[in-house]
Design a protein around this ligand. Structure first.
Ligand code: CP
Ligand code: NVA
Length: 312
């Protein structure tokens, strides 16, 4: 019997044990990369990347990552493929997965990627939907672990919109057993069902963002207007004005608190320049770690667990 296809459509598709394995592999793969050690376990494998929204980091890290593992990557977007001309997503899933080994999709509703995956013979990865951004949170948590050790029992403050990043942090908290203090403006609160949560054990909501940040080990935020919500931009600028991560907020977090942002950022809106460019910010490490965690992810989805150690 063949093993079921291992999709990564939302954070809770993987277990805690699988994430621990991925962090271990990321560490090894990152060290090989830094040492210019050629590592081509995915020779002849093809990644198809489908983008319905803009991207810098996701496209680059997947394309570079697949090439660095010995495979190749093909970029498709909605504008110049049949995907933008009404071909059913189920048909696209059947066809694209017959010609490739793994597929990355950035799209709008989560239901689109779920329908694609249900018709795909090969693993599908969520490169961002309206609801979730699991690859980013995977990189963020790896970055936390790299800098501070285990995230279990720690407190993450989420300041701003209850968007795809927030939902994914909340799912991750349930799986990896940490806490999230969420503060959103009124009217933008977490929707537990949309976030795909099992319960309410790992998060607490605060009307005052300063209270949410108090004593936090990690403070994170994101743009006030996510892709696909541009029509609400003017209203959001007003509604989110008091939800900026600034130096005063970082000062009431834990002394060694880190600041994270998935990028792209808007200095002077959701974060002050002083914070994002300051000593507690690890945003460039987060961005780089997208490359390393996703290489570990694709290796795991295509080859399963690898038994290998790596010496400096
Ligand atoms: N953080 C992130 O996903 O960036 P891109 O939109 O540039 O891919
Ligand atoms: N929440 C943002 C993340 C961008 C990487 C968006 O969806 O636009």
């Amino acid at each position: 019997m063949t093993a079921p296809v291992k999709h990564f459509l939302q954070f809770k598709d993987f277990t805690r044990e699988e994430f621990e394995y991925l962090f271990l592999r990321t560490h090894i793969i990152k060290r090989k990369f830094k040492a210019y050690h050629q590592y081509w376990p995915l020779t002849d494998r093809t990644l198809v990347m489908i983008f319905e929204k803009a991207s810098t980091r996701t496209r680059l890290s997947f394309e570079a990552g697949m090439q660095q593992l010995g495979g190749s990557a093909i970029y498709l977007n909605t504008r110049d493929s049949q995907l933008g001309r009404g071909e059913p997503v189920e048909d696209a899933g059947k066809v694209i997965s017959r010609m490739s080994d793994i597929v990355l999709i950035r799209t709008y509703e989560q239901s689109i990627i779920e329908r694609f995956a249900a018709n795909s013979h090969v693993p599908v990865i969520n490169g961002l939907t309206n609801e979730y951004h699991p690859c980013q949170v995977l990189a963020d948590i790896y970055t936390y672990v790299e800098q501070r050790g285990s995230i279990q029992g720690k407190t993450v403050a989420w300041i701003g919109d209850s968007n795809n990043m927030c939902n994914t942090w909340l799912q991750a908290a349930e799986i990896l057993d940490f806490n999230v203090h969420v503060s959103t403006p009124p009217g933008y609160e977490v929707e537990p069902e949309r976030a795909g949560l099992y319960g309410h054990k790992n998060y607490e909501e605060f009307t005052d963002p300063m209270e949410a940040a108090q004593g936090a080990d990690l403070v994170s935020t994101d743009v006030w207007t996510s892709m696909g919500f541009e029509a609400e931009n003017d209203e959001r600028m007003k509604d989110f004005a008091d939800w900026q991560v600034d130096q005063d907020m970082m000062q009431i977090a834990a002394k060694d608190a880190l600041f994270m942002h998935c990028l792209p950022a808007h200095r002077g809106e959701e974060v002050s320049a002083e914070v994002i460019d300051g000593p507690q910010s690890v945003v460039w490490d987060e961005a780089e770690n997208r490359l390393h965690v996703q290489k570990a992810l694709m290796e795991y989805q295509l080859l399963g667990k690898i038994d290998e150690s790596w010496q400096d």
